[in-house]
Write a protein that binds this ligand. Sequence first.
Ligand code: PHE
Length: 359
Amino acid sequence: MLATIDRVEGEMMAEIGSTPDLARLDELRVALLGKKGRVTDLVKGVSSLPPAERPAAGQAFNELKRSLEAALLERRTALAEAALEARLLAERIDVTLPARPRDGGRIHPVSQVTDELTAIFADMGFMVAEGPDIENDFHNFTALNFPPSHPAREMHDTFFLEARQDGEPLLLRTHTSTIQVRHMMANKPPYRIIAPGRTYRCDSDATHTPMFHQVEGLVIDRRTHMGHLKGCLIDFVRAYFERDDITARFRPSFFPFTEPSAEMDIGCRRTKEEIVVGEGTDWLEILGCGMVHPNVLRAVGLDPAEWQGFAFGMGIDRIAMLKYGMPDLRPFFDADLAWLHHYGFVPLDLPTTFSGLSR
Ligand code: PHE
């Protein structure tokens, strides 16, 4: 009996070693060790041996099973590794091939303009801050000095969401000013940030969509004043529209979170078909701004006697339309490939202030 075991062990090991793939290996395992397998069959012969020989035979079979199982596992690992290797080889991508942007996708104008304005403000020492689209009343209104039940809260046509389980009402942020609040609460002054992001208002026509994009700016330091605000924003529009002769004016306005507040207009020429920035005698409003209200500073735990500065908020889609001449905002969000091909930008052509923003 022991001699037989020795012989079949040799044969079975050889079979395992030469199985070509995982499926066959599975079949072989059943054929050897399964309920009706060859080893199981042989084990049955133990009962017909003289009692004195049975313990040794039984032990030999146990060892046989153990070494077969070990060999099966080893073969399985080797086959799995080989299969993975073959697959990786078959799916290999040559990353050294040059990009072929002409027949590929396009960068959406909103992404492009976000990159452009980020490059401009980064040059002026601003860092980018972010915040969530889903907000609460505190960050969207209360901390920004909107009095309770003040009509300004309705002015924003807020989308309210179902309240959270703990009863806290939630909403989609109506402006990126929420990020001012979050940034000031989480960091120590001074601040110099921009915060581009999605914003939401219940509104829809050729120049308004329920979801749109804004960029917020915030500068807080010990001696920041309105002159800095004007210089910064005039520099920005000239860099962005790539013309040094753009004229600007600041009109008094109202926002609960700034005092004084202003709207910035830039000089333009309007014809029936288009608006040309930097020429003519018309004015075009492009952003809201002002000196951060002392109540906002208090709400985030700063002493207004020590810290002050300015903030501004600007529609990204709007300045994209102005610079690149789209007449209607709605197609921005239609995912229409023809539109994207026409108005989109070639990938890998990142805007920088030194290489040119928009080539
Ligand atoms: N949050 C304002 C808006 O959405 C814009 C703004 C931002 C105005 C910061 C002043 C200061 O209309």
